[in-house]
Design a protein around this ligand. Sequence first.
Ligand SMILES: [Zn+2]
Length: 233
Amino acid sequence: MELKKMLEYQQADREIFKMENELNQSDAMKQAAKFKAAAQQTMDSLANLGSRARQRMDAVGRLEEKYNKAMAELAELTSECDNIADMKEAEFYDKRLDDIAAEMEALEHDMLTANDELKRITGTIESEQQHLQAYRVRFAKIKQEYAKLKQGMMEKAAPYQKICRDLRQEIDPVLLERYDRVRKNRKMPVLVPFTESGGCGGCMMELSESEKGKLAASGICECPNCGRLVYKV
Ligand SMILES: [Zn+2]
C-alpha cells in the first residue's frame, strides 16, 4: 500500500533529517557562518573605504592642478615685472602677486589636509585587510572541520539513503513531490495522522470540511495551516 511505503520512507528520511540538523547546528557550522558574516562586513567596509580613498585622490589631483595653474601665472607675472611702466601698474602687479601667493598658501594647506585624510583612510584599509586575512584563515580551518563532520554524517546516513532510494522507486511520484516540497521547508514529520478531534497531527489545527472531504476521498490531504500531509488510516 502506498501510504505504508510512504511512512516507511519517512521513517528512514527522518534519521537523515536528524543528522542534517545536527550538522547544521554544529559549532563548526555556526562558527563558519559567523566568520563568513564578519568577512562580508569587512569586505563591504573595504569597498566603502576604497571609494572614499579614490574621492580623496581625485580631490588632491584637482588641488594640484589649481596649484600648478597658480604657479604658471606667478611665473608669467614675475617675468612681466621687468616691463612695469609706472607706479599704478606696479601696484597692480604687487596686488596680483600677493593674491596668487595667498591662493597658493591656501591650496598647500588643503593639499596637506587631503593627504592626511588619504593616509588615515589607507591606514584603515590596511588594518581591515589584515582582519579579512585573519577571517579567511579561520574560515578555511573551520571549513575543514565541517567537511570532516559532513563526511561522518554521509557515512552514517548512507544506509538510510539507500532505503529511501529503493522506496522512491515504489512510490507515486506525485505523492513524493508533495512530500519533498514540505521536507524542503525543513518540516519533519511531513506526514502526520489525522487526529481523533478532526485536526492536523502536526499543528493540531482543525481541518475544514473540504479538507476532510479530500482526506476521505484519497486518504491524504494538505493541512492549510502548516502545509503538512495529513493521512487517515
Ligand atoms: Zn497542520
